[in-house]
Design a binder for this molecule. Structure first.
Ligand SMILES: [Zn+2]
Length: 185
């Protein structure tokens, strides 16, 4: 089974990223990544967003996605689409300075409101936040760049043992069959 490296959280000029989708894809292709999720903010994207993503040529495996805002808590939730599978991520609890207990409570509130959660980011814009990499938080722990601009690209990633298709990658992540990676910068 190949070991595939990817970033599950990135922004383009469709919201507050500085790279066009094409330039962002090229950035991650240069870094040797196998997959990338584009997850622009739901409140910013134009109606053409999803169609535009479909038209992006890409050598790496591209996931379409979106960063939702759970309004009652003003909490960002990543939604990464496979072909059938969907990965939901509690994004950057570190940015909200949540304690572990507050993070667990927040997960409960969001799930009780009907929004599923599979994973939590143990990074903030690619910087490691090990507080959240603890067994008490009942989600798989992922690392992402939350890339908006240089120098965010390539700081933190997941390495998944899976076939090179979107649903296999999402299933492997949900099952915890992956490792985290961090660059020195
Ligand atoms: Zn983001």
């Amino acid at each position: 089974m190949p070991r595939l490296r990817g970033n599950l959280h990135a922004h383009t000029t469709f919201s507050d990223g500085v790279r066009s989708p094409g330039d962002l894809i090229a950035e991650y292709e240069r870094l040797g990544y196998d997959f990338l999720a584009i997850t622009d903010h739901e409140g910013w994207i134009p109606s053409t967003y999803w169609r535009a993503l479909e038209r992006q040529p890409s050598n790496l495996l591209l996931f379409h996605g979106i960063e939702l805002n759970y309004d009652p808590l003003d909490q960002h939730v990543g939604k990464v689409l496979g072909d059938r599978e969907i990965l939901h991520v509690l994004n950057h609890p570190a940015r909200y300075r949540l304690s572990v207990r507050e993070t667990i409570e927040r997960i409960g509130v969001i799930r009780a409101d009907g929004l599923p959660l599979d994973a939590v980011e143990v990074t903030d814009t690619g910087h490691r936040r090990p507080l959240y990499d603890c067994p008490e938080i009942p989600l798989v722990k992922i690392a992402t760049d939350d890339a908006h601009r240089p120098p965010h690209f390539g700081r933190a990633w997941v390495e998944v043992e899976a076939h090179r298709d979107r649903d296999s990658i999402i299933r492997a992540i949900k099952a915890g069959d992956f490792a985290l990676g961090f660059s020195a910068t």
